[in-house]
Design a binder for this molecule. Structure first.
Ligand SMILES: Nc1ncnc2c1ncn2[C@@H]1O[C@H](COP(=O)(O)OP(=O)(O)OP(=O)(O)O)[C@@H](O)[C@H]1O
Ligand SMILES: O=C(CO)[C@H](O)[C@H](O)COP(=O)(O)O
Length: 402
């Protein structure tokens, strides 16, 4: 069956490590959770591929957690790593979506990069030919044996089997760098976090969770900066949606007593004319709006909340921009804001608010990062459903199936 046949690596012997045991088996006997989604994806005409690009520590994992939740009943709320596979795997499996991390296509391991003096952001440290071949194979409905980059050891581990899901999310540093890979994406997102905020998030995580010193974090950010500017940041010009995170404008620099880093101004930049994607809007589509919702229906403490909506151009493309500056005090009151937004691709009244409340503990739930990530998640679900409906309406010709 096409959906379960393997790529050229199918006869390769695959080494698996799980807990204390280590064994060798043929790919065809791989003890991997092969969900019905492979068959479903093939029946529907192939996998829908979503690209999510950002630098390290910019919220990709947080976004993916919101997305897999929005994708609903068919997707485990917290997508799980491959069953029985390498504990160092970066892959998450849900019933509807599989999330793979493009770090797995590093062609140089940590020692190799050090020896050659290149960072992981440098294209020379990544195998774009393999990335393209494998993503194309999955999109066409066939499984691949994808390499694993093990972040714990810094080594390239033996591959794991990836069967075609309904939706494949490819997250990492370079989903839109290579023109061929970019051409495989049905929708793309870039998380654009301004330097000071990225720095604050990274310090908080790497000091608290990874035991790094402030000096080493600063040194690592500085060392990566030229390659970030050269290879990662330019990808935002290709994204269908960009979530840009900036310092607030609600607090004048002179009055700032340290809150500036905590209050964020977040923009959702949505490209016009993208197939299966209708940008969300505030009040009146195509107009220019500035809205301060604070008052009887929305509690706001200092410095308040301000929404904006306006048309713009972004790298020569027409876009619609939704902006939120400030933070919510009471998340359940978000329903008031939601009721003034349109084209949200919700299935019922209040779905955005419900999603935000469900994950109130995720970072960014009280500001535009959480709100806009949730909206983009709903738009991706909608895009997928449109693609499936179209394919069902015009099944492939018999000659193509045979
Ligand atoms: N919207 C947000 N508001 C505040 N902090 C955030 C937000 N999003 C992420 N963070 C913080 O930034 C850090 C990195 O987030 P996350 O792990 O989601 O990023 P990532 O891009 O997946 O990173 P990496 O690629 O290094 O694994 C986390 O500590 C998280 O708490
Ligand atoms: O930018 C990164 C992507 O997440 C990592 O730094 C890159 O994958 C290199 O990994 P490591 O930190 O394990 O050497």
């Amino acid at each position: 069956m096409a959906a379960r046949s393997f790529s050229s690596a199918s006869t390769t012997t695959i080494l698996l490590r799980s807990g204390r045991w280590r064994r060798t088996m043929r790919a065809a006997a791989f003890p991997f959770r092969v969900s019905c989604s492979a068959a479903a994806a093939a029946a529907a005409g192939g996998t829908v591929v979503i690209g999510l690009a950002a630098d390290s520590g910019c919220g990709k994992t947080t976004f993916v957690r919101r997305l897999t939740s929005v994708l609903g009943a068919g997707t485990a709320a917290a997508a799980a790593p491959p069953w029985g596979g390498n504990p160092g795997s970066n892959t998450l499996l849900g019933d509807a979506a599989t999330v793979i991390c493009l770090d797995d296509y590093h062609s140089l391991d940590r020692a190799g990069r050090k020896e050659r003096g290149v960072t992981a952001l440098d294209p020379r440290a990544n195998d774009f030919d393999l990335m393209y071949r494998q993503l194309k194979t999955i999109k066409e409905g066939r499984a691949v044996a994808k390499p694993i980059y093990n972040h714990a050891t810094g080594l390239l581990d033996p591959p794991e089997l990836i069967t075609p899901p309904k939706i494949l999310v490819v997250e990492g540093l370079h989903p839109m760098y290579d023109e061929r890979v970019r051409g495989l994406l049905d929708f793309s997102i870039y998380l654009d976090i301004s330097s000071d905020i990225k720095f604050a998030w990274k310090i908080q995580r790497d000091m608290a969770e990874r035991g790094h010193s402030l000096e080493s974090i600063k040194a690592s950010i500085e060392a990566r900066k030229p390659d970030f500017d050269a290879y990662i940041d330019p990808q935002k010009q290709y994204a269908d949606a960009v979530i840009e995170v900036l310092p607030t404008r609600l607090i004048a620099a002179a009055d700032d007593d340290g809150d500036e880093g905590k209050v964020l101004r977040v923009k959702l930049i949505m490209k016009e004319g993208v197939e299966h994607f209708a940008p969300a809007y505030l009040f009146d589509e195509g107009s220019t709006i500035s809205w301060i919702p604070c008052g009887r229906k929305l509690s706001c403490s200092y410095p308040g909340i301000k929404f904006s909506y306006f048309p713009d151009t972004y790298f020569g493309h027409e876009v619609s921009v939704l902006e939120m500056d400030g933070k919510f005090d009471k998340l359940d009151e978000l329903i008031y804001v939601e009721s003034h937004l349109s084209n949200l691709s919700t299935k019922y009244y209040g779905e955005v608010t419900q999603q935000m409340l469900k994950h109130a503990d995720f970072p960014g739930s009280n500001n535009g990062t959480g709100l806009f990530q949730t909206i983009v998640g709903l738009k991706i679900r909608d895009l997928y459903e449109q693609v499936v409906a179209e394919r069902a309406a015009s099944p492939p010709a018999l000659a193509a199936v045979a």
